[in-house]
Design a protein around this ligand. Structure first.
Ligand code: SF4
Ligand code: SF4
Length: 119
C-alpha cells in the first residue's frame, strides 16, 4: 500500500495526473492518497522522482508499536473494569490470539495468492 512522505513531497502533482483512478489529491500543496479506490498499480511509485511515495513495509515498526500500545491500553481497561492482574493476563492472551489469527490469515492469503501466479 503506497503512502506519501509529506516531508519529501514537493507538490509537483505528477502522481495526481498519473493515477488511473484519480485517488491522489493535492492537499496543502502535498499529495495525499485515498486508499479506498487505490488499485495498487504502483504507478505513483514509478513516477515520483522525489521518492516521496513510500512502501508499506516502512511502517512495520510503527504498526508494531501501535499494536503494543493498544494492547497495553486494553489490559489497563480490563484491570480497571474487572480488577486484578488475572484480568490483565486474560486480556493479553486474547490480544495474542487476535494477532496470531491475523498472522494465519496473512499466511493463508499468501498461499492462495501464490496460486494465482500466471493466471
Ligand atoms: S510525484 Fe512525488 S513529489 Fe510529486 S506530488 Fe506526487 S508524491 Fe509529491
Ligand atoms: S498505486 Fe496506482 S491506484 Fe494506487 S494511488 Fe498509486 S497510482 Fe493510484
Amino acid at each position: 500500500m503506497p503512502w506519501i512522505d509529506k516531508g519529501m513531497c514537493i507538490g509537483c502533482g505528477i502522481c495526481v495526473e498519473e493515477c488511473p483512478v484519480d485517488t491522489i489529491v493535492m492537499e496543502d500543496e502535498v499529495a495525499e492518497i485515498y486508499m479506498n479506490d487505490c488499485i495498487h498499480c504502483g504507478r505513483c511509485h514509478d513516477v515520483c522522482d522525489q521518492e516521496a511515495v513510500r512502501h508499506d513495509s516502512e511502517k512495520i515498526s510503527d504498526e508494531v508499536k501501535s499494536n503494543v500500545e493498544e494492547t497495553k491500553y486494553f489490559m489497563d481497561a480490563c484491570e480497571k473494569y474487572f480488577g486484578g492482574d488475572k484480568e490483565r493476563q486474560k486480556c493479553l492472551n486474547r490480544m495474542i490470539k487476535h494477532f496470531n489469527k491475523e498472522r494465519m490469515v496473512a499466511e493463508k492469503t499468501i498461499e492462495e495468492l501464490e496460486l494465482l501466479r500466471g493466471s
